[in-house]
Design a protein around this ligand. Structure first.
Ligand code: SF4
Ligand code: SF4
Length: 285
């Protein structure tokens, strides 16, 4: 069983909720699919047990011994990546057009390291996550690799928690494939509501059962009511309302899941959300 925690954009409290679920679940496998802003490992901490280079892109290289300086490659490259018979690796998109036009077969494509895949043993189970190069390509492929890594540690019927990428782009698609349920974290803002509907459409496209929780619901009661109406119309169960709570910031600063603070109102609501979610997952699957 794979449960993904998603939001329409970053900063909606998705990782706060996932880290708290990880704490409450204790054992089990977690995957940080938010590869462009990976941070679950900072809260869960632990020891890195495996690290492997990830080759997420191709880059062209010119063999100067074969090159006759005809410049055909320079003119065919739409990314302006070739000058002085050398390839600028930062501009090269690995499209291979230059390899096709080169009359001397002097250009080859090479795999480029765009990040690392990491398995970390934490006090709350195994975490599969990545350290991606800034601005690197191939984030969708990297997510797929992280999920394959996680599968090696997952027992039959175990619940796997995935911290999804925000938005509706390529890494989100790679995170969603094969999931059974999605918890959509929504904040009560106009843009939050619009983003939520886009993510909901995507989740439904992948035939994944959606659930909702409203984070900081008390910051705008009018939009919170609109979210309720929308969910009612869309037949999506709302499993929790988390209040604005300054303890969340304190927990982030102290690198702890907010549920470890018994005095935190947000922590108590996340605890209840986790219990409701588990019951729903049992009922619906
Ligand atoms: S592989 Fe494509 S982007 Fe890279 S240098 Fe060749 S033509 Fe340009
Ligand atoms: S197309 Fe081939 S031979 Fe011509 S300049 Fe480029 S690398 Fe050299």
């Amino acid at each position: 069983m794979q449960l993904i925690i998603l939001s329409g954009k970053g900063g909606t409290g998705k990782t706060t909720i996932t880290a708290s679920f990880a704490y409450l679940q204790k054992e089990g496998v977690k995957v940080d699919c938010d590869v462009e802003a990976s941070n679950l490992h900072i809260i869960l901490q632990g020891t890195n047990e495996e690290e492997h280079d990830f080759f997420g892109a191709k880059v062209a290289k010119i063999d100067s011994a074969k090159c006759i300086k005809c410049e055909a490659c320079k003119y065919v490259c739409r990314f302006d990546a070739i000058s002085e018979f050398k390839v600028d690796e930062l501009k090269c998109e690995g499209c291979a057009a230059c390899t096709v036009v080169c009359p001397k077969k002097a250009i080859s494509l090479y795999d480029e390291v765009t990040g690392k895949t990491i398995i970390t043993e934490t006090d709350y189970g195994i975490l599969s996550h990545a350290d991606m190069e800034i601005g690197a390509e191939g984030s969708g492929k990297l997510v797929t690799e992280l999920r394959k890594n996680a599968a090696r540690f997952t027992g039959e019927g175990e619940l796997v928690l995935l911290d999804g990428s925000p938005g509706v782009g390529c890494p989100v698609m790679a995170s969603l494939t094969g999931c059974d349920a999605a918890l959509l974290v929504v904040e009560p803002t106009q843009s939050g509501l619009v983003d939520f509907l886009r993510v909901l459409e995507l989740v439904r496209f992948f035939k994944i059962k959606p659930y909702v929780c409203i984070n900081k619901y008390d910051l705008n009661y009018i939009i919170t009511r609109q979210i309720y109406r929308t969910c009612w119309k869309e037949k999506v169960p709302i499993l929790g309302e988390i209040p604005f709570d300054p303890m969340v910031k304190q927990a982030v600063n102290e690198l702890k899941p907010v549920v470890v603070y018994p005095e935190s109102s947000a922590g108590r609501q996340i605890n209840m959300l986790w219990n409701r979610l588990q019951m729903k997952l049992k009922e619906d699957n």
